[in-house]
Write a protein that binds this ligand. Structure first.
Ligand code: MG
Length: 167
């Protein structure tokens, strides 16, 4: 049997009116602006990266990409995701599937679900059928509901291509 690993990640970033909004590497129009962060603050990709890193017990996104490192100032989510997957520990592992939920009171994300799935499939070099993205509002509650922030959470399943490698 091929070894499998599961990983979970979540993240939250507050809105910053002067910035552009990026989710899953897609620039999404939003009257509230973008998200605050050292990088481009792509909260969805950050949650995905933490899930990937967690699946292999490699630490967390802050360990891989310290927010004190000027090299990652303004860094795009796509760059961080491809950098993560290029880590030698991911050799031999491929994505079984990922399931992500993005929580945003604004903007409405329904029109962008397919482009976000397509973009993650492209970056991760996998089939779109392995990528699920769901969007929820904050129901007017908590920081998301008050339109102060966007949250994301993600589960990934990784499958190793070599059976019985004792991973
Ligand atoms: Mg983050």
């Amino acid at each position: 049997m091929n070894p499998i690993r599961i990983g979970y990640g979540n993240d939250i970033h507050r809105f910053a009116p002067e910035r552009d909004l990026f989710l899953c590497g897609c620039k999404i129009p939003c009257r509230l602006g973008g998200l605050l962060g050292h990088s481009d603050a792509d909260v969805a990709i950050h949650a995905l990266i933490d899930a990937l890193i967690g699946a292999l017990a490699l630490g967390d996104i802050g360990h891989f990409f310290p927010d004190t490192d000027p090299a990652y100032k303004g860094a795009a989510g796509e760059f961080l995701l491809t950098s993560t997957l290029s880590h030698t520990a991911f050799a031999g592992w491929s994505l079984g599937n990922l399931d992500m939920t993005i929580e945003a009171q604004e903007p409405k994300l329904a029109p962008y679900i397919l482009p976000m799935r397509e973009n993650l499939a492209r970056i991760m070099q996998t089939d779109i059928s392995r990528i699920s993205i769901k969007a929820k509002t904050g129901e007017g509650l908590d920081a998301v509901g008050r339109k102060e922030a966007i949250k994301a959470s993600c589960v990934v399943l990784l499958i190793h291509n070599q059976p019985d490698n004792n991973q």
